[in-house]
Ligand binder design. Structure first.
Ligand SMILES: [Zn+2]
Length: 83
């Protein structure tokens, strides 16, 4: 599922948007378009909510969606990296 998320760069403090495929992975690695730093967002700190998706063929799919803040803070990459 594609979801547009706003990140805040740990390095230059500016924000940028990315459309990301949100899956079960708990760590997102993005690159800041302003200062080219690699930024890591840890999603495991945020609660998840079950969402029911109904497709055209009337089958239901339950996914878990992270309840993310409007602006997602990031950290410097390199520690606790899981990818
Ligand atoms: Zn930056």
């Amino acid at each position: 599922m594609q979801k547009q998320t706003t990140f805040k760069c740990w390095n230059c403090i500016r924000t940028f948007k990315y459309s990301l495929e949100i899956t079960d992975q708990q760590t997102l690695v993005v690159k800041c378009p302003h200062c080219q730093s690699q930024a890591v967002a840890d999603l495991s700190a945020y609660p998840r909510k079950k969402v029911v998706l109904r497709s055209a063929s009337d089958t239901e799919q339950v996914i878990e969606e992270y309840q993310l803040p409007e602006i997602l803070p990031t950290q410097k990459s390199g520690q606790n990296q899981q990818i």
